[in-house]
Design a protein. Structure first.
Length: 334
């Protein structure tokens, strides 16, 4: 049994930042830090970015109680071997043994997982999915990531890369995705997708009059999904149409997920989750024609409890189930 004051150091790595935190066995963040991520230089420079975030948190007086390190990162991750295989947002690492590098530096057992998988685990263990045997987590932000919990456990798949729901094709003639496929749902339902479609629509119609342009000071390259959402809330027709399209694309994809998995609960997290939750009524209406599951209305769609911190808290959750006592010492099994 782990001691009550044992802590996990959670690390969430993104394309532009590294977040690190001391997290207790109840999933509560006690202290945290954010530092810039150097993602487009050498592998060692990327590792040093992570170390800076960890080192800052380890200065806290409670850091002496850290017994393990959990790490979440985007892209394709070999969790079993602790290797970052490939990720668009972190080009500094390709087949990089991140877990081993961190273990050697800090002398602490370390776990590594895809960020959406980690977030799914956090919500299942300490968040919106508590009390449910199965849950489906959707991370909505710059891209779209997913994590699947089955029988209270994270589903890794046979090669450790299950849960790449953002790269399910909903239009095989659609736009090219950075993953190499065409028409992935991420190309229709993400902050990047909303921004791209809005700019294309305005460019096609020679910058038609729209509050979107007013909010972006007439600059197409300044348009963001947040600006589109603000314009829609003010009644702008183009912004409203863009978000309605996004809701329909999301329902097309989510209908397939419900048909296939029939999860007990669907949890929406990430920076775009609040916007998507505001579109829940049209999403539900579209699902009526996009799902054959006759009890689809019984599958709740809820916001993530941990919000933007789900992946960070989930990094700690990777380690908590593995804490055990051996020869009087608390340690984390790999």
């Amino acid at each position: 049994m782990a001691k009550a004051d044992d802590l996990i150091l959670g690390v969430d790595i993104g394309g532009t930042k590294v977040a690190a935190a001391l997290i207790n066995s109840s999933g509560k963040i006690l202290s945290s830090s954010r530092t810039p991520m150097v993602a487009r230089k050498s592998a060692d420079e990327g590792l040093q970015s992570v170390a800076r975030a960890i080192d800052r948190v380890m200065l806290h007086r409670l850091a002496k109680n850290v017994r393990a390190i959990g790490v979440s990162a985007p892209g394709w991750i070999d969790s079993a071997n602790g290797v970052v295989l490939k990720t668009t947002n972190l080009p500094c690492w390709r087949n990089f043994p991140l877990r081993g590098a961190i273990e050697r530096r800090y002398g602490l057992p370390t776990r590594l997982a895809n960020d959406a998988n980690a977030a799914a685990l956090a919500e299942a263990k300490w968040g919106a999915g508590v009390g449910h045997e199965s849950s489906f987590y959707v991370s909505l932000g710059t891209g779209l990531g997913t994590g699947l919990i089955l029988q209270h456990s994270l589903c890794h798949g046979s090669t450790g890369n299950a849960g790449e729901g953002g790269h399910v094709t909903i239009n095989f003639r659609g736009p090219a995705c950075p993953c190499g496929k065409r028409g992935c749902v991420e190309m229709y339902v993400s902050g990047t997708a909303i921004t791209r479609r809005t700019r294309e629509r305005l460019r096609k119609h020679d910058k038609q009059k729209s509050q979107i342009l007013e909010l972006s000071h007439g600059r197409l390259d300044s348009i963001t999904s947040e600006i589109v959402a603000e314009a829609a809330s003010a009644g702008d027709p183009l912004a409203t149409a863009i978000l309605r399209e996004t809701a329909e694309y999301f329902a097309i994809w989510l209908g397939n997920i419900i048909n296939l998995l029939d999860p007990e609960i669907i949890v929406l997290g990430g920076g775009l989750s609040r916007l998507m939750m505001s579109l829940l009524d049209p999403i539900r209406n579209y699902l009526d024609t996009r799902t054959v599951q006759i009890r689809r209305e019984l599958v709740p769609i809820v916001a993530a409890f941990h919000g933007a911190d789900s992946a960070l808290v989930g990094a700690a959750a990777l380690c908590i189930p593995n804490l055990n006592t051996k020869n009087g010492q608390t340690q984390a099994a790999k």
